[in-house]
Design a protein around this ligand. Structure first.
Ligand code: 13P
Ligand code: SF4
Length: 302
């Protein structure tokens, strides 16, 4: 085991004093990953938030993830080390634009990717993540389902179910920038490598993949695969995680796969967050109460 740094020891001490837990998304920078009590994808982190006995949750990820934790755990203090870490995709739909869209498709239930604001979730029937979008859509009785905001996750989900998905035009700027040409170039450098990618990628990219997976699913794939090398079609932070967990295999990032918002959180900001109890996530109770229902319906699906 490597020796703990002074900062790591201070964080450990403050966590004990505050009765805090550190939940860290798979895209965080290595120094922050190394501080984690639990790492995971959006689904795993919200399940962890729901289960924890800690009084304080320090959420290292982006705003909608911390907000989801606060909605599930209204009595806990949820902190974000950098409150400006947002998700541009989540800002591509508002409650007003969603209500207009719903009016155009009466009777269709709304599934919202968890990458949405609390105000948007409050207008939805069910939430999903990239780990469970197929199961969530299949759980509905209706044949036509509105799916927001990620068009590419929606297209991938639609390819896996026998339903019509009515899609919004949102996208992740990081994943949507990945082209099949780039994938093929990296595949040419590593001809024996498997290729996995996130469903936020374009259909031309998911078509090339051996498996299309949430970041949690990628963790499982990396451990179970016979392949000794894997090209990872998602944010580069994932590669550090996979390499740590599977030192006998090789993982390759793809050029340009960086989410600037995920990189805003640093180990120093985590320390400051615990020391000064900043920056607290607040969700107005009238919004939180309505947004909780679609999240809890998703969590109840397992
Ligand atoms: P996961 O839920 O797969 O971790 O994805 C979250 C996300 O924001 C992907 O860009
Ligand atoms: Fe949002 Fe894309 Fe960053 Fe995920 S990678 S948090 S979808 S901007």
């Amino acid at each position: 085991m490597t020796e703990k740094s002074e900062l790591q020891e201070e964080v450990e001490e403050l966590k004990k004093q505050r009765n805090a837990v550190l939940l860290v998304h798979n895209y965080q920078i290595p120094e922050v990953q190394d501080l984690a009590d639990f790492m995971g994808d959006s689904l795993g982190l919200s399940q962890r938030a729901a289960e924890t006995d800690a009084e304080v949750i320090v959420f290292c990820g982006v705003h909608f993830m911390a907000q989801t934790a606060k909605i599930i755990c209204p009595d806990k203090t949820v902190l974000m080390p950098d409150p400006h870490a947002g998700c541009p995709m989540a800002d591509m739909i508002t409650p007003e634009t969603l209500l207009d869209f719903k009016a155009q498709h009466p009777g269709a239930p709304v599934v919202a990717y968890v990458n949405t604001t609390a105000e948007v979730k409050a207008e939805c029937d069910l939430c999903c993540t990239s780990a469970n979008s197929v199961r969530v859509v299949e759980s509905l009785d209706e044949d036509s389902v509105i799916f927001v905001p990620d068009r590419f996750l929606g297209l991938w989900t639609a390819s896996q179910v026998q339903k019509e998905l009515i899609l919004w035009g949102g996208f992740c700027p990081t994943h949507a920038a990945l082209t099949p040409e780039t994938v093929r170039e990296v595949q040419a450098e590593h001809p024996d490598a498997a290729f996995i990618c996130h469903p936020e990628c374009r259909p031309e990219v998911t078509a090339l993949a051996d498996a299309v997976l949430s970041t949690g699913g990628m963790g499982k794939f990396a451990t179970e695969t016979e392949a000794r090398e894997v090209i990872v079609g998602t944010e580069e932070g994932m590669v550090y995680r996979l390499q740590q967990d599977n030192p006998d295999k090789r993982f390759y990032a793809l050029p340009g796969m960086v989410c600037p918002n995920m990189k805003r959180t640093t180990a120093e900001k985590v320390l400051r967050s615990l020391r000064d109890m900043e920056h607290e996530i607040v969700v107005p109770p009238e919004i939180a109460d309505r947004a909780r229902e679609p999240i809890e319906r998703m969590l109840a699906l397992g």
